[in-house]
Design a protein around this ligand. Structure first.
Ligand code: SF4
Ligand code: SF4
Length: 350
């Protein structure tokens, strides 16, 4: 496959202390899928053979359940020159002091970025106080920190507490807060009826435009499947699958998989662009307004009629899609990893 991904996301485990409704990966306390830690270390080594990769993200489930193994993994990726990111719900930040100690240990191994999530559905399991403590500890130690707040009409979470408690760090640019649509779980496990009328009124439809994530971010799921986007809808969307890395290396699976039209098409035109093509054969075909491009994408990929038209007639646009895809990917330069490795060595000696 001709592809130059920039981010490798590793869904280390499906276990999570929380069990948020509409969790996109179906995580929870009883889930047992996990990539063996030793295999994650090898994935990091294999990632060095994909020259365009610049960042490795560790998520789950909840990656902090890996304990000190997570620190070792971050250290390994950092020593090899990757920018490192963890995605967490902050459950471990039971007090400001505990948060500072935990963050100091992982920062010392080279962690660059932390993304936290919170909102109505998370609050049942992890209080916002912990998210605030985690964010403050991370940002004050120099880790770029972002908090993603669930947005949907059903949210009863008052996020003013975040903006007020972290005002100094938000003002200095150390913490970034964003309201992101909490969307229907692609696996059909969610219970609450979600809608986004207020968000759509405020922000407008997000279902338009190209998907810059697909094939730019590649993910290894907790059952060692390689998929072509950020893992948000995970393996629920089989058209995004690339192959299994349980018996083969990451780079060999990526290199040997065929260039598939739909993935490239989503990258250059997004789900709305593909839907416009479907409308040539199904007059009036359109995707509903969506608060998230992934919602629109899920609707498209779950529509057998649309997928049949893409499969039957997509060859009509395959060469132009491939050409545009190659142009976009050619902009990705090989990651200058040695720079980070050098600064890590200096830090270790200090
Ligand atoms: S904290 Fe995140 S991974 Fe865990 S259940 Fe909630 S949404 Fe899923
Ligand atoms: S829009 Fe589709 S391809 Fe892009 S990240 Fe979302 S689910 Fe993946």
């Amino acid at each position: 496959m001709f592809v130059r991904p920039r981010i490798l996301s590793i869904l280390t485990t499906r276990r999570c202390p929380a069990a948020c409704d509409h969790c996109s990966v179906g995580a929870g306390p009883r889930e047992t899928d996990a990539i063996p830690v030793e295999r994650i270390h090898r994935l990091i080594d294999e990632a060095t053979r994909i020259p365009s990769l610049e960042r490795i993200g560790f998520s789950g489930g909840e990656c902090f359940l890996l304990g000190r193994d997570l620190d070792e993994l971050v250290g390994h990726a950092s020593r090899l020159g990757f920018i490192t990111r963890v995605i967490t719900n902050g459950y471990w930040a039971v007090s400001p002091r505990v948060a500072r100690d935990r963050v100091a240990a992982i920062r010392e191994r080279g962690l660059d970025e932390m993304m936290l999530s919170t909102g109505s559905f998370h609050q049942r399991f992890v209080s916002v106080d912990r998210v605030i403590a985690a964010a403050r500890a991370a940002a004050e130690s120099g880790i770029l920190t972002r908090i993603s707040i669930e947005a949907c009409d059903q949210s009863t979470f008052d996020d003013a507490v975040l903006f007020e408690s972290l005002a100094d760090l938000v003002a200095s640019g150390s913490v970034h807060l964003s309201r992101d649509p909490w969307i229907v779980d692609a696996g059909g496990r969610g219970l609450a009826d979600l809608s986004h009328d207020a968000y759509l009124d405020d922000v407008g439809s997000r279902g338009l435009g190209r998907c810059a994530q697909v094939l730019d971010v590649i993910s290894v799921t907790s059952d060692q499947k390689l998929i072509a986007c950020c893992g948000f809808p995970s393996e629920q969307l089989p058209h995004l699958g690339i192959g299994s890395v349980s018996e083969r290396t990451l780079d060999s699976v990526l290199d040997s998989s065929p260039n598939e039209l739909l993935k490239m098409w989503l990258h250059v035109s997004g789900p709305a662009g593909v839907a416009a093509f479907v409308a040539r054969y199904v007059p009036g075909y359109t995707l509903p307004q969506s608060a998230s491009i992934c919602s629109a994408c899920t609707r498209l990929q779950r529509d057998d009629r649309a997928m049949e038209i893409v499969g039957r007639y997509g060859a009509e646009v395959a060469s132009i899609v491939a050409e545009q895809f190659v142009q976009l990917q050619a902009k990705h330069v090989d990651a200058p990893r040695s720079l980070k490795a050098a600064s890590y060595e200096e830090k270790s000696l200090a």
